[in-house]
Ligand binder design. Structure first.
Ligand code: HEM
Length: 244
């Protein structure tokens, strides 16, 4: 199980990052204001830096603080260190909530990079230790367990980038979200959301409980239990058949 999981993660995560990069180039072409928000670029500029940290401020239409690597955003987006990136201030009336997009993007990419590092290091160590989990460092096993929901975190963050970054449009440049907002009363929407959250929480608890059960019992005990139950059912069916 460890071997399949780690091998798949180590192969698929670089692919996801590659596709993510292509996705970004496509977004730059069709929704440039979303990319400007992802990068925290307010003023149109040549040689835009890749911001590692910033506090985007919607009111002053600027970053209150920023730390970045010079020219890297231009290079990643246009493969030219001096390329021009159009800033958010050049999209009047079409600016999304910038901080949400900026930080969701960093969470997605950050988690993606963490997944890459953890999967490669774990694959290498597991291979060196002949795929025996008990020979892996305990800390690494904890890190792997902690990464269980990392894919989900990156997926939700990516979805935030896509949906919030498109605002105030629902169809970019054509239909505004405000014009097609549902007339369903807010309490009804809140109720539906609460029901969804309840169902998914129940599923999550069941999932973790099954994982715990499987982790605590060796595979042959689980199989022996299943066999015993199947034999019990078969015996009951025979008795029922004999009666009728
Ligand atoms: C690490 C490098 C990554 C880069 C450069 C990247 C890039 C992007 C970009 C640019 C978008 C927004 C596209 C748009 O709305 O036009 C996006 C969305 C998304 N990303 Fe990532 N991503 C990365 C990692 C990941 C990872 C690791 C996951 C999940 C495991 C992920 C899942 C998603 C999802 C689900 C969306 C929303 C897609 C949609 O609703 O259309 N991304 N990504």
């Amino acid at each position: 199980m460890l071997r399949v999981g780690l091998t798949l993660a180590a192969l698929l995560i670089p692919l996801q990052i590659f596709v993510g990069d292509l996705h970004g180039l496509n977004t730059l072409e069709h929704q440039p204001q979303k990319v400007a928000a992802m990068e925290g670029v307010w003023e149109t500029q040549r040689g835009a830096p890749l911001l590692l940290f910033a506090i985007p401020d919607q009111a002053s239409r600027s970053n209150l603080a920023a730390i970045g690597i010079p020219k890297l955003a231009s290079f990643i987006l246009k493969h030219d260190v001096d390329a021009e990136i159009r800033g958010l201030n050049d999209f009047p009336g079409a600016r999304p909530p910038v901080a949400m997009v900026f930080w969701s993007f960093r969470v997605m990419v950050g988690v993606g990079m963490l997944m890459l590092a953890v999967s490669w290091v774990s694959l290498w160590l597991a291979w060196r230790r002949r795929w025996q989990p008990e020979r892996l460092p305990r800390l690494l096993l904890w890190v792997l367990a902690g990464m269980t929901f990392s894919g989900w975190v990156a997926t939700v963050a990516g979805w935030y980038v896509t949906e919030i970054g498109r605002q105030p449009f629902v169809v970019f440049g054509l239909v505004r979200t405000a014009d097609v907002a549902s007339t369903v009363p807010a309490p009804m929407i809140a109720l539906t959301l609460a029901l969804y959250v309840t169902v998914y929480l129940a599923l999550l608890v069941a999932y973790v409980a099954v994982l715990k059960y499987m982790a605590e019992k060796p595979e042959d005990v689980i199989q022996a239990d299943a066999l015993e139950r199947a034999q019990g059912r078969a015996a009951e069916a025979l008795v029922e058949g004999g009666r009728s």
